[in-house]
Design a protein around this ligand. Structure first.
Ligand code: ATP
Ligand code: MG
Length: 428
């Protein structure tokens, strides 16, 4: 036998058993975003490598070591998107959606990062992203947070999530803080964890969210960003906190929250949970007012977030928050026997679907005797089997056999069958 080819490590198949849970979540999100007046945008999965280098930042983990980058047959450097914001800005700019306009957009789909696969961390994973453009004030930051909070409430998981909030200030404030922090940390260089030592010269703010105990200890006495925060960002942040207070949204201020992408400034936030171990961030985002200009457009304020679908599904599973009956059961399984059976069965099923579109009907394919077909009907999980024998066909009737209840089989005229099925299934 030929050797089997397997999926790529860290890239998962979504099997029929699990897809109803994904569909449930996706449907909830889609409906909610629609209620808030957001429109869907779909971008390609592959973009020019330069797009991500310029937006996410050359010295971030994503660009330094996580991207799937390759040369295509023309010799162009392309990258499987590691996140959606860059592509969304690229598309918005390319199609004139951003300049002098307000946009509320969302997208969903696979993202790719070459990380070490573990629970809640994969190489192909899925995000649902929300991005807004053209709105400067903290009202839109608050709307995004209210929207996500409503989603958690409607999914029944709000009590298990914490909102962490921080402001990264203006780029000048960050630059001033970066040098103050670097000066302080240099004295402890040798004691920092390996990643942090490297980041000291490339991306020192990222050291703030190091998980290393000694590094965190050293950071205790580090200068605080607060001292460098510019007045405009301070007011923006105070405005956001006021709006959240007024809406009754609880949050924790976390001055160590810096996020792994270079384009953020002012507001950053994360929704985290204790229920998933170390992969506890299910949703993260912030303001990126400089990005559109950085990518060649006119200066456009922007704020957005992305949620990790795998982590949300895991969380809903862990908390038993999925509705009990998600997989849609078949209503009827149509069996047929004798001369011309296959053709009669297919045509009858088509007729039933036309007459009662909401019925879920499967037609037996592949022939076989009565016993075999009834066994299949039973295995299918359908509520009833429809039996169509030569005698029934000639008299223009079919029989309904009840597979899940103690009830006598009934014979029904074909013309009445769809309605009878519907009425019977409604009573269940
Ligand atoms: P983390 O700190 O967990 O690495 P991140 O800061 O890299 O996350 P973002 O780039 O902000 O994550 O992506 C937003 C969300 O997408 C994350 O909060 C998480 O839920 C999800 N996510 C990110 N990377 C992965 C991954 N490799 N596998 C599964 N989900 C992921
Ligand atoms: Mg990451």
């Amino acid at each position: 036998m030929a050797k089997k080819i397997q999926a790529i490590r860290g890239m998962n198949d979504l099997l029929p058993d699990s897809s109803p849970r994904w569909q449930y979540l996706e449907e909830k999100v889609r409906t909610l975003l629609n209620r808030y007046g957001y429109s869907e945008i779909r971008m390609p999965i592959v973009e020019q490598t330069a797009l991500f280098k310029r937006s996410i930042g050359e010295v971030t983990d994503i660009v330094e070591k996580e991207m799937y980058t390759f040369e295509d047959r023309n010799g162009d450097s392309l990258t499987l998107r590691p996140e959606g914001t860059a592509g969304c800005v690229r598309a918005g700019e390319e199609h004139g959606l951003l300049f002098n306009q307000q946009q509320r957009l969302w997208y969903q789909g696979p993202m790719f990062r070459h990380e070490r696969p573990q629970k809640g961390r994969y190489r192909q994973f899925h995000q649902i992203g929300v991005e807004t453009f053209g709105i400067t004030g903290p009202d839109i930051d608050a709307e995004l947070i209210l929207l996500s909070a409503r989603l958690w409430r409607e999914l029944g998981i709000l009590d298990h999530l914490t909102l962490e909030l921080n402001t990264l200030g203006s780029s000048e404030a960050r630059a001033a803080y970066r040098s103050a922090l670097t000066d302080y940390l240099k004295a402890y260089q040798a004691e920092l964890d390996e990643d942090s030592q490297r980041r000291l010269s490339t991306n020192p703010l990222r050291i703030l969210d190091s998980k290393d105990a000694r590094t965190q200890e050293i950071l205790q006495n580090a200068p605080a960003f607060e001292e460098h925060l510019d007045e405009e960002s301070r007011q923006h942040f105070a405005g956001l906190c006021q709006l959240l207070d007024a809406a009754g949204i609880h949050y924790t201020l976390n001055p160590r929250l810096v996020r792994g992408l270079d384009y953020y400034g002012k507001t950053v936030f994360e929704w985290t949970t204790q229920a998933l171990g170390s992969q506890g961030t299910v949703c993260a985002g912030g303001r990126y007012d400089a990005l559109v200009e950085q990518l060649g457009g006119k200066s456009t304020p922007a704020v957005g977030f992305a949620m990790g679908v795998e982590r949300l599904v895991l969380l809903l599973e862990t908390l038993n928050a999925f509705p009990a009956k998600l997989e849609q059961r078949l209503d009827a399984y149509l069996t047929a026997f004798g001369e011309g059976a296959a053709s009669h069965a297919l045509l009858l099923a088509e007729r039933l679907r036309s007459e009662q579109p909401e019925l879920r009907i499967q037609t037996h394919c592949g022939g076989g005797n009565f016993k075999k077909q009834i066994k299949k009907a039973d295995q299918s999980g359908a509520q009833v089997a429809i039996l169509l024998g030569e005698d029934e066909m000639s008299r223009g009737v079919a029989s309904i056999k009840f597979l899940r209840e103690e009830k006598e089989q009934v014979e029904v005229a074909i013309s009445e069958l769809a309605l009878t099925l519907k009425e019977h299934l409604q009573r269940l």
